[in-house]
Design a protein around this ligand. Structure first.
Ligand SMILES: Cc1cc2nc3c(=O)[nH]c(=O)nc-3n(C[C@H](O)[C@H](O)[C@H](O)COP(=O)(O)OP(=O)(O)OC[C@H]3O[C@@H](n4cnc5c(N)ncnc54)[C@H](O)[C@@H]3O)c2cc1C
Length: 478
C-alpha cells in the first residue's frame, strides 16, 4: 500500500479495476480502496481463499472473469487497500477509511469514484421478516459463501437476476417453489434485439430457462408478492397477479405458498453518496436507476479531480463498468499530464465505441429491472417503508399532508432514512411516494449525503484513548 497516491480509486469492482489498469499503463501512482477482501466488486465477488467448496451453486462464468481481472490488477503493480471502509471524503479530497488496523486517510490529487450500485426492494407487508432477502443479496450468499438462501425458495421481483438466482438455487440442489416475475413474456421479447447483440448472455439465459423448465419450476409472469407471514421457522408467501403497471388485478386470486425463504428484488440503484457528498452535479435518470452524476464524455464529474465510472453513474452492467473505468483512468492520466490529448483520444476512442454497445445492452437490462409505478400505488398504509426507523407509509403520507415538500423535509419530520442504512434501502421508495405529490422525482429531490458514508463502529474509529488526554476547552468568562 502507498501513503501518497496521486489518484485514489474508490471501489475494486470492474469499473475500479479498469481505472487502475489504465493508470498503471501510464505510470500514475494509484491506490484502489475497497471494503471487500479482494477485487471483483459485486458481480465478480470471489470466495474466501480458505473455502474448499464441493458441488457449489456459484454463478458460472463470472468466476472466471473475476479471476482474470484480479490477475491483471496484481500484475499491474497498482497498490491496493482491501478491507477498508471509506466513511468520509472531504472537499479537499481527503479520504478517510476504517480498516483492520484502525482509521487511515489519504490525500490524493484525484479521485475515481467506482462505488457500484445498491439493491432496490419495493416494500410489501412482511418484507422485514427473517427469511426475506434481496435478490442481489442472494447472489452474495451464493457466490462468496456457496450457500443457498433456503432449501425451498420463492424468487420474485423483476429483471435478469430473477432467473440467475433461481437457476443457481436449482443448480445447488434447492427447490424454487415459484418464480414470480412482474414482467410478462412480451416484455422479455421486446428486450430481445438488445440481447441479440450479446449472444453469450442470450445463450446463458436460454440455459437457465431450460434448467428451470426441466425442474418443473412454476413461472408466474405478471405476478408480485402481496404479503409474507412467518410460519414456524419458514414463511407463508402470497403471490398475486398484476397488470402491466404493477397494479393488483381485481378480483385478486392470490396463491399462497410455503417456503424457507423469499428472495425478492426490484433492480439496482446507483450508489452516489460519495459524489453527492462532494457536491457533484447530479440529475435524475429513471432508466439509469435513479440519481446519477453529470459527466463529460471522458468520465469527469463537475469538479476538478473528480471522475466516476460504473454502475454508480447509471446501472449498465459489468462490461460497461470496466470500459468506463478504463476511460476514467486514461482521463485522470491526461489531467496529470502523463499523456497528451492525442494519446488519450487514440486510446479512449475504441473503448468509447465498445462502451456505447455495452450501454445499449445495459439500458435494455435496466428497463427490465425498473419496478412499475403501480407497485408504489399499491403500498398499503400499514406497510413499513423505512425499516431502520420503522416508519410506515401512513406516517409518510401524514407528513406529506402536513406540508413536507421534498424528501429532506420528510426525513426531518419522520426520521425516515436516518437509520444505519442512511436511506439506501428506503430512499427510492420514499422518493417515489413523494413524487406522487410533487409530480416528478426531480422535484421530490434526493437525500443530502452525510458522513459516515456507510455504518461503522465508532469505538473502532475512536481507538484507545484516555479521558484525561481529551483537551477540554476553557470555560468562557462569565
Ligand atoms: C448486491 C449486488 C449483487 C449483484 N450481483 C450481480 C450478478 O450476480 N451478476 C451481474 O451481472 N450483476 C450483478 N450486480 C450488478 C453489478 O454490480 C454490476 O453490473 C457491476 O458489478 C458493476 O461494477 P462496478 O465496478 O460499477 O461496481 P461494483 O462491482 O458494485 O463495485 C463497487 C465496489 O465499491 C466498493 N465500495 C462501495 N462503497 C464503498 C465504501 N464506502 N468503502 C469501501 N468500498 C466501497 C464495494 O465494496 C464494491 O466492491 C449486482 C449488484 C449488487 C448491488
Amino acid at each position: 500500500m502507498i501513503r501518497d497516491p496521486e489518484i485514489l480509486i474508490l471501489g475494486a469492482g470492474p469499473a475500479g479495476v479498469g481505472a487502475a489498469l489504465a493508470l498503471a499503463d501510464h505510470g500514475v501512482r494509484a491506490l484502489v480502496v475497497d471494503s471487500g477482501f479482494a477485487a471483483g466488486g459485486q458481480v465478480y465477488r470471489p470466495m474466501p481463499d480458505t473455502f474448499a467448496p464441493n458441488g457449489t451453486p456459484g454463478l458460472g462464468p463470472d468466476q472466471e472473469e473475476g479471476a482474470r481481472q484480479r490477475r491483471l490488477l496484481a500484475d499491474s503493480g497498482v497498490a491496493t487497500a482491501f478491507g477498508r471502509l471509506v466513511w468520509s471524503i472531504g472537499t479537499d479530497l481527503r479520504v478517510d477509511a476504517l480498516g483492520p488496523d484502525g482509521p487511515e486517510f489519504w490525500r490524493p490529487k484525484g479521485l475515481v469514484v467506482a462505488a457500484g450500485a445498491t439493491e432496490r426492494v419495493v416494500p410489501f407487508p412482511g418484507w422485514t421478516l427473517p427469511g426475506v432477502m434481496g435478490l442481489a443479496a442472494a447472489t452474495i450468499l451464493l457466490k462468496s459463501q456457496c450457500m443457498l438462501p433456503g432449501r425451498r425458495v420463492v424468487v420474485a421481483g423483476c429483471g435478469p437476476l430473477l432467473f440467475a438466482v433461481a437457476n443457481a438455487v436449482v443448480k445447488g440442489g434447492g427447490q424454487v417453489v415459484a418464480l414470480a416475475d412482474l414482467a410478462g413474456p412480451g416484455t422479455w421479447l421486446r428486450a430481445m434485439p438488445a440481447l441479440l447483440g450479446r449472444p453469450g448472455d442470450l445463450l446463458q439465459g436460454g440455459a437457465w430457462m431450460a434448467r428451470l423448465a426441466a425442474k418443473g419450476v412454476p413461472l408466474m409472469f405478471r405476478h408480485t408478492v402481496r404479503e409474507a407471514r412467518a410460519l414456524g421457522a419458514g414463511l407463508k408467501v402470497s403471490l398475486g397477479a398484476v397488470d402491466a403497471n404493477g397494479r393488483p388485478m381485481r378480483p385478486a386470486r392470490d396463491r399462497t405458498l410455503e417456503a424457507d425463504s423469499l428472495v425478492v428484488g426490484h433492480g439496482l440503484i446507483p450508489s452516489t453518496e460519495a459524489l453527492r457528498l462532494l457536491g457533484a452535479e447530479m440529475y435524475f435518470d429513471a432508466e439509469a436507476g435513479g440519481w446519477v452524476p453529470r459527466l463529460d464524455d471522458d468520465q469527469r464529474a463537475s469538479r476538478a479531480g473528480l471522475y466516476a465510472a460504473g454502475d454508480g453513474t447509471g446501472v449498465r452492467g459489468a462490461v460497461g463498468a470496466f470500459l468506463a473505468g478504463r476511460i476514467a483512468g486514461l482521463t485522470a492520466a491526461l489531467d496529470l499530464g502523463r499523456i497528451d490529448a492525442g494519446q488519450h483520444a487514440r486510446a479512449a476512442g475504441p473503448l468509447r465505441r465498445r462502451l456505447a454497445q455495452a450501454r445499449r445492452f445495459g439500458r435494455a437490462m435496466s428497463r427490465l429491472m425498473a419496478p412499475p409505478s403501480g407497485l408504489y400505488d399499491a403500498l398499503d398504509a400499514h406497510t413499513v417503508v423505512c425499516r431502520c426507523e420503522d416508519v410506515t407509509r401512513a406516517e409518510v403520507n401524514q407528513a406529506l399532508e402536513s406540508g413536507a415538500a421534498d424528501v429532506n423535509q420528510l426525513k426531518s419530520w419522520t426520521r425516515c432514512g436516518m437509520g444505519p442504512c442512511q436511506g439506501r434501502m428506503c430512499g427510492d421508495t420514499v422518493a417515489q411516494i413523494v413524487a406522487l405529490r410533487t409530480g416528478s422525482r426531480a422535484a421530490a429531490g434526493a437525500w443530502t449525503a452525510r458522513v459516515p458514508l456507510r455504518p461503522l463502529n465508532v469505538e473502532a474509529l475512536a481507538g484507545d484513548f484516555d479521558y484525561d488526554d481529551i483537551p477540554l476547552p476553557t470555560a468562557a468568562p462569565l
